[in-house]
Ligand binder design. Structure first.
Ligand SMILES: [Zn+2]
Length: 247
């Protein structure tokens, strides 16, 4: 049984019996995978605090490729994101990040860019204490890397240019023009707000966060992309409502 050493982000943990944990990890070399960490719930666990949600860790995994659940041999902390979660808004932001990454990224599919994206978004929240811009950046790049980002200047139905306003609703996979709008497309989004997406294409998050203020429409664009993610997942995101209350 090969022992694989890789860097990983702890997405979620679940209790397994009295003293063990199941941990969903986003790893650099094995993609997203689930591991059993035996004894992780004991007070003197050899994993220490390294398995707290969203820790950036180095792990050693006993990899059995045909099994759903691998065994975690050891873990050590590289960078903790535990402290930033004392701010409730950031906590909700990190929970959203973990929930979406866990649900969206296919199991056992190595994706270096997605790994770097999640880490950059966590660091962005850590450095700035801000949630809106990091999560907009996350939603945008996650959809783009997955090939699910629709056209932002043409109608998804008739393919004509969208003009100054576009519309979407619950379950939308893209934007429609005013002629194709159905009653379910309740939300309106302006061309100005959509133009913000163009900015994200050529920008590193850390550079963007150095700019003083979040541009108008950041939150509106974030919500639209969040809708697309939820449509793609075909299920309700538990953290979405919490996020709506906070930002
Ligand atoms: Zn149309």
């Amino acid at each position: 049984m090969p022992l694989v050493e890789t860097e990983a982000l702890v997405l979620r943990t679940y209790r397994l019996g009295e003293s063990d944990k199941i941990v969903s990890l986003l790893t650099r070399h094995l993609g997203r995978c689930r591991v059993a960490a035996s004894g992780a719930l004991r007070t003197k666990s050899r994993f220490g605090s390294s398995l707290e949600p969203l820790s950036y860790v180095r792990v050693w995994i006993y990899d059995r490729p045909n099994r759903d659940l691998q065994r975690l041999g050891a873990a050590e902390m590289i960078e903790s994101f535990f402290g930033i979660q004392s701010d409730y808004r950031v906590q909700v932001g990190t929970q959203y990040l973990a929930e979406v990454a866990d649900a969206f990224l296919p199991e056992r599919e190595v994706n270096e860019r997605a790994f770097r994206l999640v880490l950059a978004v966590l660091r962005g929240m850590k450095v700035s204490g801000e949630v809106t811009r990091p999560l907009l950046y996350f939603n945008y790049w996650l959809l783009r890397l997955g090939g699910f980002l629709p056209s932002l200047d043409r109608c998804a139905d008739c393919r004509s240019p969208l003009g100054t306003k576009a519309f979407y609703g619950s379950g939308s996979e893209g934007l429609v023009c005013k002629d194709c709008r159905k009653p379910t497309a309740r939300n309106e989004i302006s061309a100005e707000v959509l133009a913000l997406a163009g900015k994200l294409r050529g920008l590193r998050l850390e550079d963007w966060l150095r700019e003083q203020k979040s541009p108008p429409g950041t939150n509106q664009l974030r919500r639209f992309l969040e809708e697309l993610i939820q449509t793609h997942l075909e299920r309700k995101l538990a953290t979405r409502e919490l996020l709506a209350e906070e930002i």
